[in-house]
Design a protein around this ligand. Structure first.
Ligand code: CMX
Length: 134
């Protein structure tokens, strides 16, 4: 497994419109993209910090994983995403080391990246994502 850097940190918020002003007006970051990921039932907003992104996540349905997360834990850090060379290979390696996978195979995420998640119950409570550029 070759983790090259932290690709993004996902943060669950109730409202991107409301949360954006903290990142823009207080932290001085610029929101460079807003995208809906229908498959995941989320709207996302991206800010760049060096080579790492902050990804705000707003649920677009009560069935969204982000809606469930906020209901249980409140707003806050939702997941950490590592850039890897090969998502499928990294998922397989993690599985071989006893980690339960959410995704057996890579799938499409925001910004056209290929992504795959590990289950937080097997990763010390931190929902972990692997990302790969196409
Ligand atoms: N971080 C840490 N723990 C989490 C978590 C998260 N983000 N989301 C859920 N959990 C925990 C819950 O607290 C719960 O723990 P307890 O059993 O101790 O209460 C357990 O995982 C099960 O959670 P649940 O609310 O019952 O929800 P599900 O089992 O239905 O789903 C999960 C949990 C992680 C499998 C699901 O949220 C998932 O598939 N996540 C990956 C996809 C995702 O999060 N997409 C949104 C972002 C997409 C993007 O970035 O593009």
């Amino acid at each position: 497994m070759n983790l090259t850097h932290i690709e993004h940190i996902g943060i669950a918020v109730k409202s991107i419109d409301e949360a954006k002003s903290y990142y823009e007006d207080v932290l001085g970051l610029e929101c460079y993209a807003i995208e809906e990921v229908e498959d995941q039932k989320v709207k996302t907003a991206f800010f760049m910090v060096g080579q790492t992104k902050i990804e705000l996540l707003e649920a677009t349905s009560d069935e969204s994983p982000v809606a469930k997360f906020i209901e249980k834990k409140g707003q806050g850090v939702h997941h950490i995403a590592f850039a890897v060379d090969d998502v499928n290979k990294s998922l397989k390696e993690a599985e071989n080391k006893g980690i339960k996978l959410i995704d057996k195979e890579k799938r499409k995420g925001a910004e056209g990246l290929n992504i795959g998640f590990l289950h937080p119950k097997f990763t010390l409570g931190v929902l972990t994502e692997f990302c790969e550029k196409q």
